[in-house]
Design a protein. Structure first.
Length: 117
């Protein structure tokens, strides 16, 4: 499985971005998906997750109510809609997939999100 994250960029505080994670192969719907982020000097942290069929989602407390994770299995793509962005959301965002929720076997290359104050 190969994952390609995109959609990052520079946005002002209060703005929105939508990240996409395109997966290769025909088994996308067999994998749970996650979004994680990392800033320099800090460990990678969980942001959001979505189950294989999309029926279960989970979010870090810091993004609840602002971010929405979704997926389109027909398009082999997962999404992270980020609204009301804050400067502390600035990070490299990674998508990941795995057979179990929160356990990731495959990682995308990361996309930079920068939120200016």
């Amino acid at each position: 499985v190969q994952l390609q994250a995109s959609g990052g960029g520079l946005v002002q505080a209060g703005g929105s971005l939508r990240l996409s994670c395109a997966a290769s192969g025909r088994t996308f719907s067999s994998y749970d998906m996650g979004w994680l982020r990392q800033t320099p000097g800090k460990e990678r942290e969980f942001v959001a997750a979505i189950s294989k069929g999309g029926g279960t989602t989970d979010y870090a407390d810091s993004v609840k109510g602002r971010f929405t994770v979704s997926r389109d299995n027909a398009k082999n793509t997962a999404y992270l809609q980020m609204n009301t962005l804050k400067p502390e959301d600035t990070a490299v965002y990674y998508c990941a997939s795995g057979r179990r929720l929160y356990e990731y076997d495959y990682w995308g290359q990361g996309t930079q999100v920068t939120v200016s104050s």
